[in-house]
Design a protein around this ligand. Structure first.
Ligand code: ZN
Length: 191
């Protein structure tokens, strides 16, 4: 991975930096979002899921649908992305898809194996396939696709991420829902 790209985001680093404020003053062991606990400086899954939910709010502020994701390697956020399907007029501009493509081109295979994608909503089949192709180690999501489908009137492809990955023969571990009530508040305000 090129060092200069570690903290770039797909919407510009200044945009993300200015709108996701650290929870605590930055210190040793903290990533740029300030995620981390007080004991060993390691952020928890819930910390990163909250960051993904924060990014999903940014996507709405920027004129898009409420989805946000980030990639973590060795307890560092290496990339964030928000949905830009509307502003880019691109059906593939899902954050998970953008991050999987980025990881495949910019991370070493060993980094991808240890990489965790945190995402505000369970990845759709398109993104789940990209996650398999990229060989990401783990996915942690907030809102399940079933919960999203129950909320939305338009069509949601209701195939669990884990099912796509299993049937693809992928080795990515999928965990969720995590903090689903918090993730759902963003969808409920939007749909
Ligand atoms: Zn998707």
């Amino acid at each position: 991975m090129r060092e200069s790209e570690r903290v770039e985001t797909t919407t510009g680093r200044d945009a993300a930096r200015s709108t996701i404020a650290p929870r605590e003053p930055a210190g040793p062991g903290r990533n740029r979002f300030g995620a981390g606990d007080e004991t060993d400086g390691m952020a928890t899954d819930e910390d990163y899921v909250r960051d993904a939910i924060d990014i999903s709010r940014l996507a709405v502020e920027h004129g898009n649908t409420p989805f946000g994701s980030l990639l973590v390697v060795d307890d560092s956020v290496v990339r964030t992305a928000e949905n830009t399907t509307r502003t880019d007029d691109d059906i593939a501009a899902h954050p998970e898809f953008k991050l999987a493509r980025w990881a495949a081109s910019e991370l070493e295979a060993s980094e991808r194996e240890s990489c965790v994608m945190y995402t505000s909503t369970e990845p759709c089949p398109m993104c789940a396939s990209a996650i398999v192709y990229a060989g990401l180690g783990r996915v942690v999501y907030s809102v399940s696709v079933d919960s999203l489908a129950a909320l939305r009137e338009d069509s949601v492809i209701e195939i669990p991420c884990e099912e796509v990955i299993e049937r693809s023969g992928g080795s990515t571990t999928v965990e969720g829902p995590v903090l689903e009530d918090e993730g759902l508040t963003v969808h409920e305000a939007f749909y």
